[in-house]
Design a protein around this ligand. Sequence first.
Ligand code: CS2
Ligand code: MG
Length: 403
Amino acid sequence: MPKIIAAKTIVTCPGRNFVTLKIMTDEGVYGIGDATLNGREPAVEAYLSEHVIPCLIGRDAHQIEDIWQYLYRGAYWRRGPVTMAAIAAVDMALWDIKGKIAGLPVYQLLGGACRTGVMVYGHANGETIEETLDNAAHYAEQGYKAIRLQTGVPGMSGTYGVSKDKMFYEPADSDLPKETIWSTERYLRSTPALFEAARLRLGDDLHLLHDVHHRLTPIEAGRLGKDLEPYRLFWMEDATPAENQASFRIIRQHTTTPLAVGEIFNSIWDCKQLIEEQLIDYIRATAVHAGGITHLKKLAAFADLHHVRTGCHGATDLSPVCMGAALHFDLSIPNFGVQEYMRHTPETDAVFPHAYTFSDGMLHPGDAPGLGVDIDEDLAAKYPYKRAYLPIARRLDGSMHDW
Ligand code: CS2
Ligand code: MG
């Protein structure tokens, strides 16, 4: 058996912060896992160093399920983003080790490929509808089959998800949370016009997506979904905060626009009702924030019974290690829907050399043994941790709005 003899965390900031766990075995094989939690990176780092790593030493690295159960069931305080990101990092690193020892890419260990590649969606955004659609055309030229559209809301400066750069942007960009202004009325007025213009300019073949970032009440979301129906969206994402899962019943009652939710979910318990009652169409949980490949497999199998497909979160605040894990998972499950692909900067890609490749609108994890992603520790050490926060939103009267 490959025995775990050491483990350590690596925190690096090649443009944004990433936390990586590295697990070493007595056979000389190591594995890596992503533990990045945007804006809370040192909390997961400490959870791993203080509470998880000491419990791993001496264990059989092949016992992935048992180690998952040990860390989840064995802890009195369960779930939550910090705990589940730490468990996820261990899980990914152990799948990486198993693949390297077997000489197989992880998707082969998960049952083999169900498809030739993983359809991804890119982010097109701009201050105006025209700018957003120019940007979308740029993605279409590169072969993307699915594109997320976000545009500035007239009269509101700094709409979340709208950046100046065409391919790269970093949402967590200030030392303390930046304050932005939000108006539901203005947003609801301007968004349908974006999709009307998009269908006229881009045609009917592209999949179009939109992210609401939890900014609406259920009935407002029902109304937006209804207004967007003529433009046949692939999905409307995070329409309302999902702590109260039953609130999605109201959205469902009013619209046939497909619904996606769950990039901030940590476990199957965050979406049990949403899935069981078929209140959503796509579940957005991904490896790093929902307990790793092991837990995500169970979540996807449960979702498959209820006609819910996957759409893993893939923003830049998930490291290339998580992207690698997500791609092996995406390739191997029957109910895959789409994978988000918000490109990392060249600095980040240099710290995390990887085997996954993009072509014709699809990503493929590659056939390197394990996850096919590594970390260049010397380069990582050149980019020290820098605190960075996501913005917050206040309504026009100054009161706090949902993130
Ligand atoms: C967004 C993310 O990718 C998405 O769908 O919601 O940009 C998200 O806001 C960031 O990952 C925040 O952590
Ligand atoms: Mg989102």
